[in-house]
Design a protein around this ligand. Structure first.
Ligand SMILES: [Mg+2]
Length: 174
């Protein structure tokens, strides 16, 4: 059980991307951020580019930190955000498969030592990042509206989160 939980354990947990400051990334030597789109950067399906998100992305970029969107969603929606914020993206990433994460690091010119994964799902973002030995940050999903398949996975995720909490494995990102 411990080993199984380990693969699903994020290095840290954050209320939202806005709790992840450039300072917190810099002190860990992070140069690249692989970030999920739906319910991490914006609400699933209905989320649109907005000023707060623009400011967060600009702050990281200005600090010399690259970003890449890594999404299991289709090209059109992912491209909209990639274009709006002028960052690379890997659509249809098929997370937790490793290929999309490698592709993202290649696009940013970073490696497994200086890249972090940020996402709202344990079985795609966290598991995928952990498979490559990347630093992973789980964020609280922005909206409870989700793809039906995701909603089913959330039920399992809930028990995993419970187990992580019980074992003292969920640490706040600082
Ligand atoms: Mg997501």
């Amino acid at each position: 059980m411990k080993k199984f939980l380990q693969a699903l354990t994020p290095d840290a947990y954050a209320e939202s991307i806005y709790a992840i400051t450039k300072e917190s990334l810099q002190k860990r030597g992070i140069k690249g951020v692989i970030v999920d789109l739906d319910n991490t950067l914006v609400a699933w399906r209905l989320g649109v580019p907005n000023d707060r998100l623009a400011d967060w992305i600009k702050e990281l970029k200005d600090a010399g930190i690259s970003l890449c969107i890594n999404s299991n969603n289709t090209g059109a929606r992912v491209d909209l955000f990639a274009k709006e914020y002028d960052i690379p993206a890997v659509p249809r990433a098929a997370k937790p498969r490793r290929s999309g994460f490698y592709q993202a690091m290649e696009l940013m010119g970073t490696d497994t030592k200086n890249t972090v994964v940020i996402g709202d799902q344990i079985f795609t973002d966290v598991l995928g990042g952990n498979r490559l030995g990347l630093l992973t940050i789980l964020v609280v999903p922005i909206s409870s509206k989700e793809f039906i398949g995701t909603r089913m996975v959330r039920m399992v995720e809930k028990s995993v989160l419970k187990a992580l909490t019980k074992n003292g494995l969920l640490k706040d990102w600082e």
